[in-house]
Design a protein around this ligand. Structure first.
Ligand code: G16
Length: 543
């Protein structure tokens, strides 16, 4: 088989964002776009000659073609072995697990996560390092630098490799091992949780609805929930992965998983509802008539962690991204374990997990995970909830109320303004940044600003510093507002406004969150001039 060297030139915009490179699918399909980026990954990680990598993704449109290109490029550059999920499918946490289990030199994940798929949707490529986690900035900056200097890439001329059949094949001298995407992951889950207790829960008539949103978790959920744990057939809905996610938006939140929300708030609602996203790393938890915010979810998991066998000895520490509510901190205080605050992006948890400083991590963006892999993990979170419900034997709503009574409640919401003109959004952030030093002591929309700053993170493990990670304002009555621009969007800018107030008065724990946050919403708008500058009267998405 011939190896050819193709002349190319740098293509602008190949800078990885919060999690890998995400672009419109059509951009990835443009001549050389994918190949340039993949060759830049090889350069950024010091080449792939003699290395073993994992390859897979969420099965979105163009994944099949991209997987073949990546295999031919890996073979052309001398990779020893590539472990590929059957049909190029691997959920992100399952890919992380395979990288760790086989001690590989990393992996390439094909996904744009919760973003819609299809020819008019989004596509993405992410490199994960040998610890199983998304490459940290010292690696992604090398990849980006390589993409700015690239002049050639190498690719093997070959027929497509059969990725539908399990087993070992070869491409030139590179071994291609096609593996069952579910088996190893399901085994790992069985080691972590009390499957007998969860199976007994289902056997006792407990009803659940898991919405796989036509994305990658369908096969995992069928195998684990229905086959291994005995949940009733039909528990998993939308369980067949489709390249455009059934035309939907595979983002597990109350807006995009509305069917699930309706089912959980309807007559004859099941006991428990959950959903996961395109690549299976996000989760949404819903009880009967009761939505659990991601920030509360990680706090509840931490508070009840010892009920799951893997965490029975307690937690070494917990970590949350800065914009995530501080509900987790309250639990850490009680558990007397360390609590870390990191920038948005799962990659920032990697060092804490590797160093054994944190066991459990969570983000407001529907991500929760632990040191079992180095990615957030949707089904793991769902199984963790099931394990806790099996042990505590109370409904989700009661568990949550009990949690708030014990720890207090952090009312929390994120307001997203999508597709905002990029310059307008950047100017809004820049102007607010410039005014931060003057804000403390001022009264805005009836609330006094207590302090204001721009978040920067000094990694306690490797000493690296990440700056400009979000603008934060605290108000005197215990409120907090964070402004930042999304690093995962592919069109214009998305302004995220994170809103939080703390409540410990037992008489005020069951308010409607948007009502409880109305005061702080007014402060956010007044201080940033958001509605005036963008012309928007309401957020596009409220989570
Ligand atoms: C990625 C990151 C998360 C981050 C989320 C949103 O998740 O891994 O850490 O919270 O994006 O990021 P942003 O606010 O910059 O859009 P995923 O599920 O999209 O891979």
């Amino acid at each position: 088989m011939d190896i050819i060297t193709v002349e190319t030139q740098p293509i602008a915009g190949q800078k990885p964002g919060t999690s890998g490179l995400r672009k419109k699918t059509r951009t990835f399909m443009e001549p050389h776009f994918l190949e340039n980026f993949v060759q830049s990954i090889w350069t950024g990680i010091g080449g792939v000659a003699g290395k073993t990598l994992v390859l897979g993704g969420d099965g979105r449109y163009f994944s099949d073609r991209a997987a073949q290109v990546i295999l031919r490029m890996a073979a052309a550059s001398g990779a020893a072995r590539i472990i590929v999920g059957q049909n190029a499918l691997l959920s992100t946490p399952a890919a992380s697990h395979l990288i760790r289990k086989h001690g590989t030199d990393g992996g390439v994940i094909l996904s744009a996560s919760h973003n819609p798929g299809g020819p008019d949707g989004d596509f993405g490529v992410k490199f994960n390092t040998p610890n199983g986690g998304p490459a940290a900035e010292n690696v992604t900056s090398k990849i980006h630098a390589a993409s700015e200097k690239i002049t050639t890439y190498r690719i093997m001329e070959a027929q497509d490799i059969d990725l539908a059949t399990l087993g070992t094949k070869s491409l030139g001298r590179t071994e291609i091992e096609v593996v069952d995407p579910v088996a190893d992951y399901a085994e790992l889950m069985e080691e972590i949780f009390d499957f007998d207790a969860i199976a007994a829960l289902f056997a006792g008539g407990f009803r659940m609805r898991f919405d796989a949103m036509h994305a990658v978790t369908g096969p995992y959920a069928h195998a684990i929930l229905e086959t291994r744990l005995g949940a009733a057939p039909g528990t998993v809905v939308n369980g067949t992965p489709s390249p455009d996610f059934g035309g939907g938006h595979p983002d597990p939140n109350p807006i995009w998983a509305k069917d699930l929300m309706d089912a959980m708030h309807g007559a004859d609602a099941p006991d428990f509802g959950a959903a996961s996203d395109g690549d299976g790393d996000r989760n949404m938890i819903v009880g009967r008539n009761c939505y659990v915010t991601p920030s509360d979810s990680v706090a509840v998991l931490a508070a009840n962690a010892t009920l799951a066998p893997r965490y029975a000895g307690g937690l070494k520490g917990v970590a949350r991204s800065m914009p995530t509510s501080r509900a987790l901190d309250r639990v850490a205080l009680r558990l007397e374990c360390n609590a870390y605050e990191t920038p948005t992006g799962w990659k920032f948890f990697g060092n804490l997990l590797d160093a054994g400083r944190a066991t459990l991590c969570g983000e407001e963006s529907a991500g929760t995970g632990s040191d079992h892999v180095r990615e957030k993990d949707g089904l793991w979170a769902v199984l963790f909830w099931l394990n806790i419900l099996a042990a505590r034997k109370i409904p989700v709503a009661e568990l949550l109320e009990d949690h708030w009574r014990t720890y207090g409640r952090n009312y929390y919401s994120r307001h997203d303004y999508e597709g905002v003109d990029a310059e307008t959004a950047a100017a809004l952030i820049d102007d607010l940044r410039a005014r931060l030093p003057d804000l403390p002591g001022q009264t805005v929309a009836g609330q006094e600003i207590e302090w204001a700053d721009e978040f920067a993170y000094d990694d306690p493990v490797d000493g690296s510093r990440a700056e400009q990670q979000g603008l934060r304002l605290a108000t005197r009555p215990g409120g907090r507002i964070v402004f930042r621009l999304s690093g995962t969007g592919t069109e214009g800018a998305t302004i995220r406004v994170y809103l939080e107030t703390e409540e410990t008065d037992p008489a005020k724990l069951d308010r409607d969150p948007q009502e409880a946050l109305a005061g702080i919403v007014a402060v956010a708008d007044a201080v940033s001039g958001l509605s005036e500058r963008t012309g928007r009267t309401a957020p596009d998405v409220i989570t």
